[in-house]
Ligand binder design. Sequence first.
Ligand SMILES: Cc1cc2nc3c(=O)[nH]c(=O)nc-3n(C[C@H](O)[C@H](O)[C@H](O)COP(=O)(O)OP(=O)(O)OC[C@H]3O[C@@H](n4cnc5c(N)ncnc54)[C@H](O)[C@@H]3O)c2cc1C
Length: 359
Amino acid sequence: MARVLVVGAGLSGLSVAMEASVRGHHVVVLEKRISIGGRASSESRDGFPIGYGPHFLLKKGPLHSLVNKVSKVKPSTLPLRPHRLEILGRGMMQPRRPMKDAVQYRRAAKAHDFTHPSVQVSNRFASWGLNDAARSRALLDNNLMVLKEGWSGLIGRLAVTLDEVGIPIETDAKVVEIEKHRAHLADGRQVEADVIVLACGYGQAKKLVPELPNVSFVTASTVDAALDATSLGERHGILDMEESMAIFDLKQIHPGIAPAGALLSAIHFGEGKGEDRLFQLQKFMDVRAPGWKSHILHERQQKNVKIAPSSDRIPFGFARKNGVLLTGAWVESNHILSDGAVAASRLAAEHISKMPLQQ
Ligand SMILES: Cc1cc2nc3c(=O)[nH]c(=O)nc-3n(C[C@H](O)[C@H](O)[C@H](O)COP(=O)(O)OP(=O)(O)OC[C@H]3O[C@@H](n4cnc5c(N)ncnc54)[C@H](O)[C@@H]3O)c2cc1C
């Protein structure tokens, strides 16, 4: 049994804590903020879970499977439906008529045939520019899901499970430096451990382990807004392929997510300055969701967020000689986004027993 210190209580940190505990290790989680969840948080305001940009769960992916495993009652999910997604300048992603177009779509979706424009759009938007075939197929097959409880519901479920097995999560505990088998906290305390798992995002991990290689990320700007009126009609979303922008109405996708009105989540991903991207995204919303601004109940904007590495992910054991393992969507695994984070956490947890214990 190893004493494991997990730095960060986002999806990566909670999932690695769980996987390590299942393998019999003694685990402690430290989180610098006063609340857990990291980027997978959403804040409930008047019954609307306001998140940090659109998040869709891959049905039966590593995160969905983990959450189902730990939940007595499975989370309520409903899929994004291609026949209710408008591709700007083309019509619906899945045309229903004329019959010829409907048949062509079905054939192309089944074969994931890139010559069909809907497959191209799906490939781009299902993974925010990462062109991940598994998520693209999932979108075309009605398997990219919205959670009734919001993305942070997943965090709640993982946190309850950790609590049940007695794994402490200490919040307001920032790790500022690590050396072999020891972490230094901002309040001056030191914590000793056999293995330190960095689940704190790439930027913070690089500060703690400066020799980590550089990674380039897909970046984005997002707007999340609870409205007291609907603004996309019956559409689940509107996608602009040329500009890499999209607006979704999560309330249309899963009516149980909010009491009334609309819950818009919009994203503009790709290169450029954060403020320009955000400005363009708001202009897009003004045109495509007319009047949205005069119906806002609550709103959150993000100018510049890193979504996921565009290439070159780092192996979980990169700093293993220093007693450090890595996890996150930027760490190598066979999956991407949150599923990548959960998959990397499993790989790191499996490796803990191979790490030397503190003498
Ligand atoms: C716009 C956008 C859209 C996305 N869409 C999807 C999607 O559709 N589907 C999907 O599966 N995924 C999606 N993702 C990815 C998903 O949000 C992330 O992969 C996942 O939330 C990352 O979790 P994490 O725990 O690795 O990192 P984070 O959520 O960043 O958590 C890191 C935690 O570590 C803490 N921390 C940092 N430094 C320290 C320190 N020094 N000491 C202690 N604690 C520290 C932070 O406070 C934070 O709580 C999206 C991401 C973005 C930005």
